[in-house]
Write a protein that binds this ligand. Structure first.
Ligand code: SF4
Ligand code: SF4
Length: 383
């Protein structure tokens, strides 16, 4: 395993971090986590050098008005490893409306994780639309106080917001020590893009990366036209290698979080992380990735990462599943996608149930116009 310093925190973080948002399940219920398999995966990860584990209040919940089970499971599983490992967790920023909320929620994080202090504490998904309001509700005095009384060791935030927002948040508070942003070879221009990464680096703020595989879209079932471009390369890297190497190639990237769902993924990703180094991609490799990005742009796939933040839909639509099967059918030409959508997805869960109520739209970190895209899915599958 390779390690990089997480900015001002001084923590030597493994270049690969274990994200606990897609843990293995026993059933379709996101709260029904297979703890036995999870423990196996975590033990293997720690034994092979992963020391960074990431969770959030809302990972693995059925109902986004209450905490999920990810923090509790991760807290219990990592207990035996003590200071050998680092845990980060995230408080939803969109619910912050008072001091009371901050304090009660922070204490509930500590309880679920089974710790007196949170080493790496994120404000989860700061957005342009409500940043001013959470600031007015006392964001910074809360963090100061929680650092002073020892409940938080290091403070950071995650965002899919604009570069301007990133600059604003950084200039409003000088105790931020690390930031989590979405980066992969398709999402590298905005929100807040490579420019954002460079800015963070300049300020010696630790950088963690989410969605390196864009919710799995860059890992498998690539569209044939994309495969053709990859085939032109002199390397025989797998799609997953391309995605990770693109990130580890950058000195600005400290830790790449990957939401792993089974032991094979953990083993495979660790093998790749052993190769991580800057300068591993050439100018030709970057030209190839630019070509890939351009081709993806033409394919019009829906940039859904299956994060489930938009769920549940009050009218029953399984939004991520609709988008996944659409992408698989329209963009990747998977022979199974149409069957999956038409015959295996329950009628009540299909796109045509969308009433355009709009409740999901603001929740989507990828800013997808969900009702509009669902009507495209509906037409595509000829409902
Ligand atoms: S806009 Fe459509 S998909 Fe979104 S919550 Fe409303 S009914 Fe569900
Ligand atoms: S539509 Fe947006 S919020 Fe819903 S699963 Fe996809 S990326 Fe996540």
């Amino acid at each position: 395993m390779k390690y990089r310093t997480l900015g001002k925190t001084g923590i030597k973080s493994s270049v690969l971090g274990f994200g606990a948002m897609r843990l293995p399940l026993n059933s379709e219920n996101p709260e029904d986590v297979n703890t036995r398999e999870t423990v196996k995966m975590v033990d293997y990860a720690v034994e092979h050098g992963i020391n960074m584990f990431d969770t959030a209040l809302l990972y693995h919940t059925n109902d986004r008005s209450k905490p999920g089970v990810s923090e509790t499971i991760l807290g219990q599983t990592l207990k035996e490893y003590g200071d050998e490992v680092h845990i980060s967790t995230k408080m939803p920023s969109w619910n912050i409306d008072s001091w009371k909320y901050f304090d009660n929620t922070l204490n509930s994080h500590l309880e679920r994780l089974g710790r007196d202090s949170i080493e790496l504490f994120f404000i989860h998904s700061i957005k342009d639309s409500y940043y001013e309001s959470i600031k007015e509700n006392g964001l910074y005095s809360f963090i100061d106080r929680a650092i002073d009384d020892g409940r938080i060791e290091h403070a950071g935030f995650s965002t899919h917001g604009s570069y301007n927002l990133l600059e604003q948040v950084l200039s409003d508070y000088d105790s931020w020590e690390f930031v989590l942003t979405q980066q992969n070879y398709l999402d590298n221009e905005e929100n807040p893009g490579l420019t954002g990464l460079k800015k963070l680096n300049k300020l010696n703020i630790g950088t963690m990366i989410m969605e390196p595989l864009r919710g799995g879209q860059l890992a498998q079932n690539l569209p044939p036209s994309i495969e053709e471009i990859f085939d032109k390369s002199e390397h025989d890297y797998s799609p997953i290698e391309w995605a990770f190497y693109y990130l580890w190639d950058k000195s600005e990237v400290n830790c790449v979080l990957s939401g792993m769902s089974n032991s094979e993924q953990v083993k495979h990703n660790i093998e790749l992380a052993d190769n991580a180094k800057t300068g591993m991609l050439s100018k030709d490799d970057y030209r190839l990735l630019d070509e890939i990005k351009e081709e993806y742009g033409k394919l019009n796939n829906i940039p859904c990462t299956s994060c489930n933040y938009c769920m549940p839909c009050p009218f029953g639509v399984n939004i991520p599943k609709c988008f996944y099967e659409y992408n698989m059918d329209k963009v990747s030409y998977s022979s199974n996608a149409s069957i999956q959508y038409k015959f295996h997805l329950h009628e009540d869960r299909k796109a045509h149930n969308c009433t355009r109520c709009g409740k999901c739209v603001l929740k989507c970190p990828q800013s997808i116009n969900i009702p509009e895209q669902l009507s495209i899915v509906e037409k595509h599958f000829g409902e």
